[in-house]
Write a protein that binds this ligand. Structure first.
Ligand SMILES: C[C@@H](O)C(=O)SC[C@H](NC(=O)CC[C@H](N)C(=O)O)C(=O)NCC(=O)O
Ligand code: NI
Length: 146
């Protein structure tokens, strides 16, 4: 058995692709439209191995966009999606410049939390030696919950 992916339902596919791809850095591997079911699936993968084509990489995140609006309530039992990043400060800077709120700033140079347009909590973890405290992160306080 091996892990395949996590599926999240999104209310605005364009806003979600801007967040997950343009700002977070994931790459779209494939997508499928289902006319009968009236939904679109988009599979995203973290670019970790440039030597393999996107099609060869396991897409670890599946976005489901239902064409007919639905309410997606509850789900507090779901925690977060976690990604290892090379530079947590650079990742947060790109997200913040793109208008994303940094719920838990990387004050310790190691871990940060942001939320997707649908409120999915995303952990950004820099493994190895944490970066030295730096502004604006060192003086930022937590925003909301994660
Ligand atoms: C392709 C494979 O990875 C899937 O997950 S397809 C699963 C299928 N998805 C849908 O039907 C999407 C539209 C549906 N309205 C929805 O919002 O899920 C499915 O069985 N979904 C049910 C589920 O609980 O995931
Ligand atoms: Ni799936």
């Amino acid at each position: 058995m091996r892990y395949l992916h996590t599926m999240v339902r999104v209310k605005d596919l364009d806003a979600s692709l801007r967040f997950y791809c343009d700002l977070l850095g994931l790459e779209e591997v494939r997508r499928m439209d289902n006319e009968k079911g009236r939904f679109t699936l988009v599979f995203l993968s973290a670019p970790r191995d440039k030597t393999r084509s996107a099609a060869e990489r396991a897409p670890e995140l599946e976005l489901t966009f239902n064409w007919d609006p639905e309410e997606y309530a509850g789900g507090r039992n779901f925690g977060h999606l976690a990604y290892k990043v090379d530079d947590v400060y650079a990742a947060c800077r790109r997200l913040m410049d793109g208008g994303v709120v940094i719920n838990r700033p990387p004050r310790d140079g190691n871990m940060a939390f942001v939320r997707s347009p649908d409120g999915i909590s995303i952990e950004l973890l820099q493994e190895g030696e944490p970066l030295a405290p730096a502004e604006p992160w060192a003086s930022m306080s937590n925003t909301g919950s994660w």
